[in-house]
Design a protein around this ligand. Structure first.
Ligand code: GDP
Length: 298
């Protein structure tokens, strides 16, 4: 994904053998290569800076172990630091003590929220939950209909506004959806919300209003991996505008260079919980920082 970052590191330290510490010149040579690879992969500059700083410090401070050659040692350090920036252990959703657990989705229009809502619902159903989807995206003309279609495919009910039942008011729809979930004893409610094509104060205000009305246990920020380092800026805007507890990276099946994952976690320090990897409902997986780190290195 990063054009063989581990090969690039290995090449930059070629010929180096032996033990003891790596020299500063050697470390700087390989750091330059790592920096270039990260920038090529569209990682946000601030994240590249802090990441290479951390790798440099460790590479200079560590004795080269007997078991690894210097290049392997640097690859290992980079791997460890990648896992750390990507959140360490695989993240878990948190569930409410008193069901239903409310999960709100937020993100730009086209990020993949509605598709993700169906995927998440299907996955949760497979885990033994009884989710319901709530169509509170009243911005995009077809969003309600689209959610009804994915709900049907996932075999999960959808609460959608009916004429005279809060139509036009996404906050009321979200509230009614949560009450319906309580009444019908669903243990999870997934609320789809409206995005805009760009960062927009009206969108943020609406998301805040929904958040303040339904008090989500999890707010998941859904972001298109294809936007690369721009994901850092969008993530910061959503973190400051709405706040979120976890991230879903969508469209990881595209030719994304991997910059989005590192940029978002590096900037927001929120875990990526899930990855969306295609248009079908089954194209969905939990996000494992260690696997992503290996993917970046290979
Ligand atoms: P929303 O505006 O955030 O609700 O976004 P949608 O769920 O409508 O998705 C926008 C477009 O991206 C649709 O055409 C989806 O089929 C497509 N899409 C969503 N997730 C993925 C994904 O993981 N991979 C790919 N290739 N396409 C996706």
């Amino acid at each position: 994904m990063f054009n063989n970052l581990s090969d690039r590191i290995t090449a930059s330290l070629q010929g180096l053998r032996g033990h003891g510490r790596l020299s500063e010149a050697d470390v700087d040579k390989t750091i330059r290569e790592i920096r270039r690879a990260l920038l090529d992969a569209d990682v946000a500059v601030s994240v590249v800076r802090s990441f290479t700083g951390a790798v440099r410090e460790r590479a200079l401070g560590e004795e080269v172990s007997k078991a690894l050659n210097p290049a392997q040692q640097v690859v290992k350090i980079v791997n460890d630091e990648l896992v750390t920036v990507l959140g360490g252990a695989t993240g878990e959703l948190s569930f409410a003590k008193n069901p239903p657990t409310v999960i709100m989705l937020a993100g730009l229009q086209g990020a993949g929220k509605t598709t993700l809502a169906g995927k998440l619902a299907k996955w949760m159903k497979g885990e033994g939950h009884t989710p319901i989807l709530v169509a509170a995206d009243l911005q995009r003309p077809n969003a309600v209909n689209q959610l009804q279609i994915v709900g049907e495919r996932a075999g999960v009910p959808v609460f959608a506004p009916e004429p005279g039942n809060g139509v036009g008011d996404p906050v009321q729809v979200a509230l009614n959806g949560v009450s319906t979930a309580q009444f019908q004893q669903h243990d999870v409610v997934i609320v789809d919300t409206a995005g805009r094509l760009g960062i927009d104060e009206e969108m943020m205000q609406q998301a805040r209003d929904i958040r303040d009305a339904v008090h989500p246990d999890e707010t998941l920020f859904v972001v298109d991996a294809m936007i690369g380092q721009d994901a850092a800026r969008v993530a910061e805007a959503f973190r400051d505008g709405v706040g979120f507890s976890g991230v879903v990276l969508s469209k990881l099946d595209g030719d994304a260079r991997g910059g989005a994952a590192l940029s978002i976690t590096g900037v927001t320090e929120r875990p990526i919980l899930f990855a969306s990897t295609g248009e079908q409902l089954g194209d969905f997986e939990r996000f494992h920082p260690d696997r992503m780190a290996s993917r970046i290195l290979d």
